[in-house]
Write a protein that binds this ligand. Structure first.
Ligand code: S3P
Length: 439
C-alpha cells in the first residue's frame, strides 16, 4: 500500500477521442473468485479486474487455502475446493477499502464451520454492516461487530444456518448476495425480496456454475444441497469505469469515443438511461451475450445536455455513477434534481456531501439534500477539491476538467487503484490533460 498523498492535476482544453477498452467489471471479478473458490474443478477467468478491491478478495480466499494463479494480464485460474473445502484463515482477513468483499464474505463465512475475522481500512471500518449482520443473526449466525455495528466483523463457525425469508429494507445487491451465499449453507429454502431491482451478477453466476437459483417477481431463492461446477468466465468491461468516459465524451467539445466490450446488464445501465434523458448521444453497438452477461460497444459523442429530474427507479441501477453524473449535470442547461439516493451517503465517502462541496468550490451551485442533490449549472472554474480517499470522486473531478476554465487539483487520489489503476494512462491516451504528483 502506498501512503503518499496522490494528487491529480487536470488542465482545461482536453477532449476524448478514439477507441478504448476499460478494465474488467469489479462486481463480476469479486464474484468469480468467490464462486470459483467454492466450485468443484478449475475455473479460468479472463478480463479479471487487477485492482486493489478484487485483490483483497483474492488474498482472502488464498488465506483460506484456495490455490489461485494470477492475475496475469487479467487471466486468473482458481482451483476450486468445493462448498465445504475452505480452511480456517490463520489471521484476520484484511479487505482494504472493499465493501463488496466484506459484505459478501460475511454471508459465505457465516455458513462455514470455522471462525473468521474481517477487517478493513478506515473508510470500510466506518461503513454500515448491520444491514448484513442483522439478517445473518436471524439465520442463527454468531457474529460480533463494534458497538456501532461496523467492522471488524467476528464470525463464529457454527452448524447449518436457519433458512429465512428476508424482506430487504434497502435495495442492495451486496445484502442480497450476502444472504444468497449464506443460503447455500442453510437448512432449507432461503429467500430475499428486493424493494427494487439491483445488480444480479450473483444470481447469474450461480446459475452459470450450475447452482439453481429461483426468481419469481422480486423474490429470489436458493436451496442448500446443490454444488457449483467450475466454469470459464469472461469478465466484461466495467460500465462503472466506462461511465467516467461516457460523461467525459458527452460534455467535452469535439469528442467521439467508442468503449469496447462494456457490460450492459440491465441492472447496471441506469447511467445510459439517465445520460440519454439528459440528451446524450450514445449508441449501443454489437450487443451480444458473453458467459451469461450482455456486453456491447458504446459510442459517445459531444452532446448538448439538459438538466433533468432523475427518476427514482433508476437510482439502484446507476448507484455508483452519481459522482460523475453530478459532473454531467453541472455542464447541462437547466437544473438537475436527484432524490431517493440516501445510500450515496454511506459509500466509500459521503458522496452527496463530498461532491456538493467539490462542485461548489469549482463555482457550481450544488445543494446537498438528505437523499440527493439539486444542481444548478454554472461555468466550472479551476480550483482545489478533495476526494476524501474515494476513487469515484477523484475520477469524477478529473472528468470535470473537460469543461473547466482553469486547472483543478484533486487531493487524496491513491484509492483510484481500488477500482481503476490504469485510469490516468487511459485518460491521457484519449486526450484528457492529467498529471499525477505525490507528496
Ligand atoms: C455492489 C453493489 C453496490 C455497489 C457496489 C458494488 C456489488 O452496493 O455500490 O459498488 O458488487 O454487489 P450496494 O449493494 O450496497 O448498493
Amino acid at each position: 500500500m502506498n501512503n503518499n498523498n496522490v494528487i491529480f492535476r487536470v488542465f482545461p482544453g482536453g477532449t476524448l477521442h478514439g477507441v478504448a477498452r476499460v478494465p474488467g467489471d469489479k462486481s463480476i471479478s469479486h464474484r468469480s473468485i468467490m464462486l470459483g473458490s467454492i466450485a468443484e474443478g478449475v475455473t479460468h477467468i479472463t478480463g479479471f479486474l487487477e485492482a486493489e478491491d478484487c485483490l483483497s478478495t483474492m488474498n482472502a480466499f488464498r488465506a483460506m487455502g484456495v490455490q489461485i494463479e494470477g492475475p496475469e494480464q487479467g487471466v486468473v485460474t482458481v482451483h476450486g475446493v468445493g462448498m465445504h473445502g475452505l480452511k480456517a484463515p490463520n489471521e484476520p482477513l484484511y479487505l482494504g477499502n472493499s465493501g463488496t468483499s466484506m459484505r459478501l464474505l460475511s454471508g459465505l463465512l457465516a455458513g462455514q464451520s470455522f471462525d473468521a475475522v474481517l477487517t478493513g481500512d478506515s473508510s470500510l471500518s466506518r461503513r454500515p454492516m448491520k444491514r448484513v449482520t442483522d439478517p445473518l443473526r436471524q439465520m442463527g449466525a454468531v457474529i460480533k461487530t463494534s458497538p456501532n455495528g461496523t467492522a471488524p466483523i467476528r464470525i463464529r463457525g457454527s452448524g447449518p444456518l436457519e433458512a429465512i425469508h428476508y424482506d430487504m429494507p434497502i435495495a442492495s445487491a451486496q445484502v442480497k448476495s450476502c444472504l444468497l451465499l449464506a443460503g447455500l449453507y442453510a437448512d432449507g429454502e432461503t429467500g430475499v425480496t428486493e424493494p427494487a431491482p439491483t445488480r444480479d451478477h450473483t444470481e447469474r453466476m450461480l446459475a452459470g456454475f450450475g447452482y439453481p437459483v429461483k426468481q419469481v417477481g422480486n423474490r429470489i431463492t436458493v436451496c442448500p444441497g446443490g454444488k457449483l461446477v467450475a466454469a470459464d468466465i469472461d469478465v466484461p468491461s466495467d460500465i462503472s469505469s466506462a461511465a467516467f468516459f461516457m460523461v467525459g465524451a458527452a460534455i467535452a467539445e469535439n469528442a467521439d469515443l467508442t468503449l469496447l466490450h462494456v457490460g450492459v446488464n440491465p441492472t447496471r445501465t441506469g447511467v445510459i438511461d439517465i445520460l440519454r434523458l439528459m440528451g446524450a448521444n450514445i449508441e449501443i453497438l454489437n450487443e451480444q451475450m458473453v458467459g451469461g452477461e450482455p456486453v456491447a460497444d458504446l459510442r459517445i459523442r459531444s452532446s448538448r445536455l439538459k438538466g433533468v429530474q432523475i427518476p427514482e427507479n433508476l437510482v439502484p441501477l446507476a448507484i455508483d455513477e452519481f459522482p460523475v453524473l453530478f459532473v454531467a449535470a453541472a455542464c447541462a442547461v437547466g437544473e438537475t434534481r436527484l432524490s431517493g439516493a440516501a445510500e450515496l451517503r454511506v459509500k466509500e465517502s459521503d458522496r452527496i456531501q463530498v461532491m456538493a462541496d467539490g462542485l461548489q468550490s469549482l463555482g457550481v451551485h450544488a445543494i446537498a439534500t438528505p437523499d440527493g442533490m439539486v444542481i444548478q449549472p454554472r461555468p466550472i472554474k479551476g480550483g482545489k477539491v478533495d476526494s476524501h480517499g474515494d476513487h469515484r470522486i477523484a475520477m469524477s473531478f478529473a472528468i470535470a476538467s473537460l469543461r473547466a476554465s482553469g486547472p483543478i487539483y484533486i487531493n487524496d487520489c491513491a484509492n483510484v487503484n481500488t477500482s481503476f489503476p490504469t485510469f490516468v494512462n487511459l485518460a491521457k491516451g484519449l486526450g484528457l490533460n492529467i498529471m499525477v504528483c505525490t507528496e
